[in-house]
Write a protein that binds this ligand. Structure first.
Ligand SMILES: [Fe+2]
Length: 367
């Protein structure tokens, strides 16, 4: 009999440990926060033998707890819109005090508030509620409700649940750091784009417009999220090489002579050269280098053709040409939108990839 109990306990410990290992493995392999939190709560529900579980994040300005994950049944969606003040319920108590609680019988606990049960028709019996902490600051709470088999949770379960939820807190912190870094990176890129335009007053807003329309085309041809992010940066920075071109040529209020054209044509390769030391831009650089290639060859700097030209470059080259046509230049007025669209159509299959021309025209379908 005693051996049986030991085996059972051992089996349970193994299951618990496997869950914790599983959770940390998944945390390091993904950065999508919401699915990660859902995975952690699913695992927690399973290993704690709980009927349901939820994770709430603290809205600091409103001092309210908001549901992020609700596990265990279709009632979850119903209660997701409920917000709890930090002054109510056991969840509120945990958020205020930053301490885990184990409640064997919810109805006998005076902190218990049945607001969520009323809405869902669920009946909370026992629960464990733990705080989610990042550097000693409470950022939310997580709870498991109603033990499925042996009636109630044990105080031992509290430490296991806390260990799992610590992983969730780390994941939230990592995702936040990642987002902050991405934000910092993008704002640096945007100020670089502004610096390019400061040199060439006639192209103000050009990079932003090229990026916007390029992304619309990317959406039409079903580019992935990653490809679109790459295209966004390439769009903003495609003319960065102009930083190395004399202003006298860039802002010349007349047509350029051959020698000047030769210098202008260096800007895609110069741009690629400038960005080369930035490791994060490795995939973006070829898109920038080839944004003046032609679909049938003969463009610059490398005279690539067809699919040899990166897809992102084939998009930017078209949008770039379109935006240039509809913008006023020192030596000519802006072309009418309709005429510019016709011109793009005329160059379908020669200067531009026919597939991209189609997607471009689809973006203008309802204009
Ligand atoms: Fe360019």
């Amino acid at each position: 009999m005693e051996t049986e109990v030991l085996v059972k306990q051992l089996k349970q410990k193994i299951e618990e440990l496997t869950t914790v290992i599983e959770a940390s493995k998944r945390i390091t392999s993904t950065l999508d926060l919401s699915s990660l939190l859902r995975i952690i709560m699913q695992l927690a529900t399973k290993v704690m033998h709980a009927e349901t579980s939820s994770l709430m994040l603290l809205d600091e300005t409103k001092q309210e707890l908001v549901f992020e994950v609700v596990e265990g049944g279709e009632k979850g969606e119903m209660i997701k819109e409920i917000r709890l003040s930090v002054n109510e319920g056991i969840a509120g108590w945990v958020a205020r005090n930053g301490e885990a609680v184990f409640v064997p019988d919810a109805e006998k606990d005076e902190r218990f508030c049945n607001k969520v049960d009323m809405k869902s028709g669920f009946r909370t019996k026992s629960l464990i509620c733990v705080p989610l902490k990042v550097k000693d600051k409470v950022i939310g709470i997580a709870e498991v409700i109603n033990k499925l088999d042996e009636g109630t949770f044990s105080p031992d379960d509290v430490s296991l649940f806390s260990a799992l939820i610590d992983h969730a807190a780390i994941a939230i912190e990592n995702a936040k750091l990642y987002k902050d870094l991405q934000g910092l990176f993008l704002s640096t890129i945007t100020s670089l784009a502004t610096a390019i335009e400061a040199k060439d007053p006639y192209t103000k807003g050009h990079s932003e417009r090229v990026t916007r329309l390029s992304l619309a085309i990317a959406g039409k041809i079903g580019m992935s999220f990653k490809e679109k992010e790459r295209l966004r940066i390439a769009g903003l920075l495609h003319d960065i090489g102009k930083i190395g071109i004399p202003e006298g040529i860039l802002a010349k209020p007349a047509k350029l002579n051959n020698e000047e054209w030769g210098i202008i044509k260096q800007h895609p390769a110069k741009g690629a050269e400038i960005l080369k030391p930035i490791k994060q831009l490795e995939d973006v650089i070829p898109v920038i280098r080839h944004h003046h290639e032609k679909f049938t060859g003969g463009g610059y700097p490398d005279g690539l053709e067809g699919e040899e030209i990166p897809l992102g470059s084939r998009i930017i080259t078209l949008v770039d040409a379109f935006d240039a046509m509809v913008s006023t230049r020192p030596y000519r007025p802006a072309m009418k939108r309709k005429d510019a669209i016709n011109e793009i159509q005329r160059c379908k299959g020669t200067q531009f990839d026919p597939k991209i021309v189609e997607a471009f025209l689809a973006c203008y379908e309802y204009e």
